[in-house]
Design a binder for this molecule. Structure first.
Ligand SMILES: Nc1ncnc2c1ncn2[C@@H]1O[C@H](COP(=O)(O)OP(=O)(O)O)[C@@H](O)[C@H]1O
Ligand SMILES: [Mg+2]
Length: 292
């Protein structure tokens, strides 16, 4: 059975007024409930494509369907409830004095009762592990906290699809892991469709169902992480790199002849493959298991 598409862009071309062709005949889609990444180096058109997907920019060619409907037929209010956009820079998104005022802004604008507004604020802040920030002044938050509060503001509108522009850029390693963990939870537990733009490759294979690789405004390739990262020419052409763990194992295979199966993309997978090559008696955990 064909799955319903949350977002479906076809043949999209966009040229900025001063002449930059930022998107060239782009097809991009996400099925409902999928976790999809736009993977590309800087200046490849990710932000432009995101703006086109949510109707902030109108493409000169092509069309965008959200939940099966033309953007123009949905209207701003309907669109906010269908698709939530988290900007790259949280300062472009946050404008309330306190965290709870900021997160309450959207639901209040929908005309909801105060009790419902309050419930949505609590629920959205909990979803991003930020309930304790509720009374804090927005301008005192750290960058990572601002990112999570901006995400809560979007969640408070109950969108079925989340689009995030570089959600992990400028975060420290713990902040990056937390953000991806939260997005993964929203995707797997709440069934939200998650679309993100990124150029960070190390953690992506843990979460994504599908990757669109963009380069200079064009989609070079679309597929699951295992397919994308085994195409070294594609990765080079797009100005990207392999996840570090894959790079290490690739080099061990190529230069040292270590017979590793496939190309592991995550630490967990790499560990499994390497353990397969090590004699049982050298591995303490296997001895323990045997002795039990
Ligand atoms: N407002 C703008 N006016 C003119 N050109 C722009 C504008 N925004 C982006 N561009 C150009 O469009 C191309 C794609 O940019 P962008 O979508 O921001 O890429 P990415 O998000 O992948 O870094 C780049 O060449 C960039 O310089
Ligand atoms: Mg960008």
């Amino acid at each position: 059975m064909k799955r319903e598409r949350a977002i479906d862009a076809a043949g999209v071309s966009f040229t900025y007024e001063e002449g930059t062709k930022a998107l060239k005949n782009v097809d991009f889609w996400a099925d409902r409930g999928q976790f999809v990444a736009m993977l590309a180096s800087n200046g490849s058109g990710k932000t432009t494509l995101i703006k086109v997907l949510v109707g902030l920019l109108k493409p000169q060619e092509g069309r965008v369907l959200v939940g099966g409907r033309e953007l123009s037929a949905i209207g701003a209010k309907g669109l906010y409830q269908e698709v939530g956009l988290v900007f790259q820079n949280p300062d472009d998104q946050l404008f309330g004095a306190t965290v709870e005022e900021d997160v309450a802004f959207g639901p209040r604008n929908l005309g909801l009762e105060e009790a419902e507004v309050s419930a949505r604020v609590a629920e959205s802040l909990s979803a991003v592990n930020a309930l304790e920030l509720r009374k804090r002044a927005v301008h005192h938050l750290s960058f990572g906290e601002k990112k999570r509060v901006a995400l809560a503001g979007v969640l408070s509108m109950h969108p079925s699809t989340l689009i995030l522009d570089e959600p992990t850029a400028s975060l420290d390693p713990a902040g990056e892991a937390l953000m991806l963990h939260l997005l993964n939870r929203l995707n797997r537990e709440k069934g939200m469709t998650v679309i993100l733009a990124t150029h960070s490759v190390d953690m992506l294979p843990l979460f994504v169902d599908c990757i669109f690789v963009l380069n200079r405004g064009e989609v070079l390739r679309r597929g699951p992480a295992e397919e994308i990262f085994c195409d070294h020419e594609l990765i080079r052409q797009a100005g990207l790199r392999l996840p570090y763990i894959s790079h290490l194992l690739y080099e061990m295979k190529r230069y040292d002849g270590v017979p590793i199966n496939g190309l592991p993309l995550t630490i967990g997978e790499a560990r499994k493959r390497l353990l397969e090559l090590i004699p049982e008696e050298l591995i303490a955990s296997r001895l323990e298991t045997k002795g039990q």
